[in-house]
Ligand binder design. Structure first.
Ligand code: TYD
Length: 197
């Protein structure tokens, strides 16, 4: 189960809340975040958020490298043991940020996503959608990393990208208004997840 959304969308809060609901019911569950989750992924995370100048293609390849490690060493083994994985960001983040945001070739990103995941796809992607200004204000101007500091227009492109991705596969996505109260969102997500489980 994947959580997606722009910076400040509240997806991490919802990912944690779903994690707790599943764990309370004795379901074997793991939460991951991208980039990160493996030693290499953690190092790449530091690099990617450092503000170090990099070309869009370099950025894309580093995100995909982090993902390949995470899927191979953490996500697949956990799924094979019958667990549920809650992923805070996955392949759609790359499509939204590097594809729609940075303007890189979306066919290329699709290929790299497939390569990095070995074709693994989510059973459900939850999108928390809200106006860019509201989301960025929530972050209090952000923590100044590469993406929080990007121009508002970049974040708008990402929001549009997510909407397009969700619209192209309505069955696979649950799109929610990120401005609704967190408890209410949590219940709706939980209802949907139960139908999948
Ligand atoms: P993080 O602090 O984890 O942000 P968030 O809590 O919003 O997930 O930083 C990850 C940043 O990296 C975030 O701004 C989105 C960006 N990102 C991409 O640009 N491409 C990707 O493929 C992924 C996974 C993340």
């Amino acid at each position: 189960i994947v959580f997606e959304g722009g910076d400040g969308s509240g997806k991490s809060t919802q990912a944690r809340s779903l994690f707790r609901r599943l764990r309370r019911r004795g379901i074997k569950v793991l939460r991951t975040r991208e980039p990160g989750g493996t030693p290499l992924g953690q190092s790449l995370r530091v690099l990617l958020k450092s503000g170090e100048p990099m070309t869009p293609v370099s950025e894309l390849l580093l995100f995909e490298a982090a993902r390949a490690q995470l899927v191979q060493h953490v996500i697949r083994p956990f799924l094979e043991q019958g667990g549920v994985v809650i992923a805070d960001r996955f392949t759609s983040s790359t499509m939204a940020y590097q594809g729609y945001g940075r303007g890189l070739d979306r066919g290329l990103i699709e290929s790299l996503n497939r390569e990095a995941t070995g074709g693994l796809e989510p059973d459900l992607t939850v999108l928390l959608d809200l106006p860019v200004e509201t989301a960025l204000a929530r972050k209090g101007g952000g923590n100044g990393d590469t993406f929080d500091a990007a121009p508002v227009d970049f974040h708008r492109k990402i929001r549009r990208g997510y909407s397009a991705l969700a619209a192209s596969n309505p069955g696979g996505w649950l799109v929610l208004d990120g401005q609704r109260p967190p408890e209410e969102l949590g219940r709706e997500i939980w209802n949907k997840v139960q139908t999948i489980l």
